[in-house]
Design a protein around this ligand. Structure first.
Ligand SMILES: Cc1cc2nc3c(=O)[nH]c(=O)nc-3n(C[C@H](O)[C@H](O)[C@H](O)COP(=O)(O)OP(=O)(O)OC[C@H]3O[C@@H](n4cnc5c(N)ncnc54)[C@H](O)[C@@H]3O)c2cc1C
Length: 420
């Protein structure tokens, strides 16, 4: 490829203990956790609201955080954020879970929808109050690396390029952008058509009035989108692979064109109105790091010595997993940790790890590990894992799943403990 070189002096701005790149749900958890641990934290968000896919991406649904039989699995900040998301807006939380884990088994899952816009603003207030410096409309443009460490992040905003030094960096960009630019090997995912605008219709407004429930007025645009497993992907439409401006633009153009086309051919369109569209690409698994460990789908019920989060499969009852810290690190990149949907997991395990509650928990875990690495003056891959786990437990985050969650039908003799 032909290249050009461009040397320029850029202002060195304020230095931080921890820079979190990306203010999606994972980045919010990481930044909040870092600030609560007393660090000077900078959160860089290229859009104008916090929450990422969970808010501006219109994915305003906490998937089940339980074993689908009344036992809670995802805890810690996942619990805190779920409760925050429904404090003032609407909720679809089953009554069984109103006051925490129910006393008796129930098939009602611990899940809820919420108002994405209100939640985004509540997150901003929470982080601002905790002392996180938030820069909106400011992209983490590039890491500057020196001897296997990231010295800091070059930002790109309306004030031009700037450099912020950092002791630790967390990549929460959703697609491992900073890790990739620092040289961490990455893996691309394949994405189906998914573009879920919201609309109101005369019928939905009537249903809202009749039920007295305002959220019934807004519906997902019935334009059709592929489901998690690719069902419904329009024939002839390409898959979107790779995190480049060209792929993102093709995806946006194709999907927007399809919405217009479907509306053009819709005889009922006079009675419908689009009220919101996703403000970021709804890619599920776009790019992740190839971390020190890659979690696999068949590793349900495996205890990892270095687990930092106990999580459940949102779609299948009983399946519980642990996320090793090694899914968030890559040896040779001493002060870089990732979180959220760019954590190292493959196949369906990537789907299990990337959804909102686990993304929050990996954000929280990444911050605890990064802060501990700061204290020890060691690489994040070498942090004393017991210290990280006990801090997470102190914060109420479950590190290992409870063995009583393993279904009786599962061959317990086959249960493994993965030693470091
Ligand atoms: C179609 C679809 C449906 C889904 N349905 C559900 C569901 O129902 N329930 C559920 O729990 N999960 C669902 N998910 C998954 C879930 O929403 C996401 O995986 C999760 O929210 C990811 O969070 P994150 O913080 O890792 O990443 P993101 O949400 O992608 O956040 C990344 C943030 O970083 C910012 N950013 C990116 N690059 C930069 C940069 N260079 N500088 C500064 N900022 C940057 C972005 O603007 C964004 O705010 C769905 C996902 C999709 C695509």
């Amino acid at each position: 490829m032909k290249t050009v070189s461009w040397n320029m002096n850029i202002p060195a701005r304020e230095a931080y203990d921890l820079i979190v790149c990306g203010g999606g749900i994972a980045g919010c958890a990481a930044a909040l956790c870092g600030a609560r641990l007393g660090r000077r934290v900078l959160l860089l968000e290229k859009s104008t609201l916090l929450g990422g896919l969970a808010t501006i991406g219109l994915v305003n649904y906490f998937v089940p955080m339980c074993n689908h039989r009344g036992r809670q699995v995802c805890r810690g900040m996942a619990e805190e954020f779920l409760r925050l998301s429904i404090r003032y807006g609407y909720a679809t939380l089953p009554s069984e879970w109103k006051n925490g884990e129910p006393d008796a088994p129930t098939g009602a899952a611990y899940q809820t929808e919420y108002d994405p816009w209100l939640f985004a603003m509540q997150l901003a207030e929470l982080l601002d109050d905790a002392g996180v410096t938030i820069l909106f409309d400011c992209a983490a443009a590039h890491p500057i690396t020196e001897n296997g460490r990231i010295a800091g992040i070059v930002t790109d905003s309306k004030s031009g390029f700037g450099f912020h030094a950092a002791k630790q960096v967390i990549d929460a960009t959703g697609d491992g952008e900073i890790a990739a630019k620092a040289g961490v090997p990455t893996v691309d995912g394949k994405n189906y058509f998914s573009y879920f605008p919201r609309e109101i219709t005369l019928d939905s407004c009537r249903a809202a009035v009749e039920s007295g429930r305002i959220n019934r007025a807004v519906r997902t645009f019935a334009g059709g989108s592929a489901n998690l497993y690719g069902g419904g992907h329009p024939e002839g439409m390409p898959f979107y692979v790779g995190a480049s401006a060209e792929v993102t633009s093709r995806y946006l153009l194709d999907n927007q064109r399809l919405i217009v086309e479907r509306r053009r051919n819709d005889p009922t369109r006079a009675g419908r109105e689009l009220v919101s569209v996703p403000m970021m690409p709804q890619f599920r698994t776009i790019r992740r790091i190839a971390g020190d460990y890659t979690l696999h789908e068949d590793e349900a019920y495996v205890h990892f010595d270095d687990s930092v989060a106990a999580i459940n499969d949102f779609d299948r009852a009983d399946y519980v997993y642990e996320v090793p810290l090694r899914c968030l690190t890559r040896r040779g990149f001493a002060n870089l940790t990732v979180s959220g949907r760019c954590a190292s997991a493959d196949g369906y395990a990537w789907d299990v790890v990337r959804v909102i509650p686990p993304a929050i928990l990996t954000g929280q875990a990444a911050a605890v590990a990064a802060c501990r690495a700061m204290d020890e003056g060691c690489a994040v891959s070498d942090v004393p894992i017991r210290a990280v786990q006990s801090e997470l437990e102190r914060q109420g985050a479950g590190v290992h799943f409870d063995d009583s969650l393993v279904p009786a039908a599962f061959d317990r003799a086959a249960m493994r403990v993965s030693k470091l």
